[in-house]
Every structure is written in structure tokens, then in C-alpha cells.
Design a protein around this ligand. Structure first.
Ligand SMILES: [Zn+2]
Length: 132
């Protein structure tokens, strides 16, 4: 009986601390994304482009906080000093690069389907990190 109680208490403690960690994570995430959104709203207008490129710039315009949390795998981080995928859409770099465009469109679709950012990041890495 006593052993059982201890086990239950330990379980409650574990669940509680997991919940606390989760809450802290959400708070940090929200702080980060609102700061990013405020700092990064200047991307080129989607109307300058057509087709897939238009769609990619639209994602950048609508979800800057999403792209700011994703990496670009086209090599621009080394060559152009870009820090994240959003930077690719501040200039016409994004229009000249199939990797940037593909990543943004894929990310936008996943995001709109409710995929968590961490998972989107993993999918992009898998799809683009070694190929493009
Ligand atoms: Zn890029």
C-alpha cells in the first residue's frame, strides 16, 4: 500500500515538472517569435513575382516569425551572411534560389496544416540539408 502511494506521488511529481517545463518552453517561444516578428517585417512584396516565387514571398510576408526560426540550406548563410530563411526574402535572393523558394512554400503549407515549428525545421533539414 505504502509502496503504491510512493509510486503515485513520484508519478505526480514527474507529470508536474514536465508540465512546468512545457509552460516555460511556450513562454520562451512566444517571447522569441514576437520579438522576431517585430524586427523582421521587411520582405519584398509578393506582387513583384509570379508562381512558386510569389507563393514563397507571400509566406515570408504572412509568417515572418515562422521563417525567422528556420534555416536556409542554399548556402546563403555563408555567402550572403543570412541568419535564417526570412533573410532570403528581404532581397530578390529568394527569387533566384529554388532551395529558398521550396523551403518557404513547404514551411508555409506545413504551418497552415498546424505542424509545430520544431517539426517543420526537421522536415526541411531532411529534405534540403544535403541536396541543395
Ligand atoms: Zn537562401
Amino acid at each position: 500500500m505504502e509502496r503504491k502511494f510512493n509510486g503515485a506521488a513520484r508519478l505526480v511529481a514527474a507529470v508536474l515538472s514536465a508540465a512546468l517545463l512545457g509552460l516555460a518552453g511556450i513562454a520562451v517561444y512566444q517571447l522569441r517569435s514576437s520579438a522576431d516578428a517585430a524586427a523582421n517585417s521587411l520582405t519584398l512584396s509578393p506582387d513583384l513575382f509570379q508562381g512558386e516565387t510569389h507563393a514563397a514571398y507571400l509566406v515570408a510576408q504572412q509568417h515572418p516569425d515562422l521563417l525567422a526560426q528556420l534555416d536556409c540550406y542554399c548556402g546563403c548563410e555563408q555567402h550572403e551572411g543570412h541568419k535564417n530563411l526570412l533573410d532570403c526574402f528581404r532581397s530578390n535572393h529568394g527569387a533566384t534560389c529554388a532551395t529558398c523558394t521550396g523551403e518557404a512554400v513547404t514551411a508555409g503549407q506545413l504551418y497552415e496544416n498546424g505542424t509545430p515549428v520544431e517539426q517543420i525545421r526537421g522536415i526541411l533539414r531532411q529534405r534540403y540539408a544535403n541536396g541543395g
